[in-house]
Design a protein around this ligand. Structure first.
Ligand SMILES: CC(C)(COP(=O)(O)OP(=O)(O)OC[C@H]1O[C@@H](n2cnc3c(N)ncnc32)[C@H](O)[C@@H]1OP(=O)(O)O)[C@@H](O)C(=O)NCCC(=O)NCCS
Length: 182
């Protein structure tokens, strides 16, 4: 198993396959509670455009995709209109007394570990690779998690993410979390 930046277009297609298996409409309510779920469905075109700005991070086990954690710089916000309210909220938030907008931050756009690979440290390895690849360019990594996704909440807290705020929209209640590398 190794974590790397995405390098080949076929890897983005594997990301979409793993994403589809874990979409909230695809997993049962019981599995969503126990194993987590993802909400946003990307298109290949969107992933390719994000990739052109900043490659995402994947974990590979030979030819298999064990997990992914997407990199979404602020410049890519227009690519996914459904996330625009989140970015608008970020524009109003502060971290350690300073507006978020004054930080060099990016958004971790979605994380998923394939079922057979959960509980094996891959989640942590994906974020280690984020830090290794992006800490020179960014001060903060932000993401948001559905508060009922307790598995993801717990894993993010373990890596070092801290809550910034909580809000609710039509789909869920969300906790915005920040990982401060400074
Ligand atoms: C969320 C996800 C990325 C985490 O990866 P993982 O390899 O399963 O995570 P880990 O096993 O390293 O950590 C899970 C943590 O949650 C805990 N946990 C496991 N099941 C849990 C549950 N049902 N409720 C609460 N916590 C739970 C584990 O004990 C561990 O915490 P600990 O280290 O403090 O003991 C992965 O489960 C996944 O891809 N789920 C489906 C998609 C998803 O939810 N993505 C995240 C969207 S925000």
């Amino acid at each position: 198993m190794r974590t790397t930046l995405v390098t080949a277009p076929a890897e983005l297609e594997q990301v979409l396959t793993l994403q589809r298996e874990n979409l909230r409409g695809h997993v049962s309510p019981e599995e969503a509670l126990e194993q987590g779920f993802v909400t946003v469905a990307h298109t290949l075109d969107t992933l390719e455009r994000m990739h052109a700005v900043a490659p995402s991070i994947i974990a590979r086990d030979g030819e298999r995709l064990a997990g992914y954690a997407l990199v979404m710089p602020v410049e890519t916000r227009a690519f996914i209109p459904i996330l625009e309210p989140m970015f608008q909220l970020f524009d109003t938030l502060s971290w350690k007394g300073k507006p978020l907008g004054d930080y060099r931050y990016y958004v971790m756009g979605q994380v998923c570990v394939a079922r057979d690979y959960r509980g094996q440290g891959i989640f942590d390895a994906l974020y280690r690779e984020h830090r290794a690849s992006y800490a020179d360019r960014y001060e903060l990594c932000l993401t948001e998690i559905a508060s009922r996704n307790t598995r993801s909440m717990r894993a993010h807290a373990r890596v070092g993410f801290q809550p910034v705020t909580t809000y609710r929209d039509d789909t869920d209640e969300w906790v915005v979390v920040a990982w401060d590398w400074s």
